[in-house]
Design a protein around this ligand. Sequence first.
Ligand SMILES: [Zn+2]
Ligand SMILES: [Zn+2]
Length: 91
Amino acid sequence: MHHGDGGGAVARCVRCGAEAAGPCARCHAPVCGDCCVLTEGGARVWAICLACEDRGGRSLRRGWALVLGWIALPIAALALVVALLEWLRRG
Ligand SMILES: [Zn+2]
Ligand SMILES: [Zn+2]
């Protein structure tokens, strides 16, 4: 961490504004000890913020919902384009 030597430049928690304990492993936002959770992903323990945990950092089901969303979104966009082309051809 290169956080200057001017003093007073303490990283603040993005959620509650308290002095941050460290960056979130996922979004790298500074979070304090109260606003992060520890997750055991493998060889080492990560600290992730509650927002990232909410987004499915630890929950497999929510992770799958996110994956399905990423799959469904392009399909929906494609269907929209096809419908638009069809409409243009008729008009
Ligand atoms: Zn906090
Ligand atoms: Zn995060």
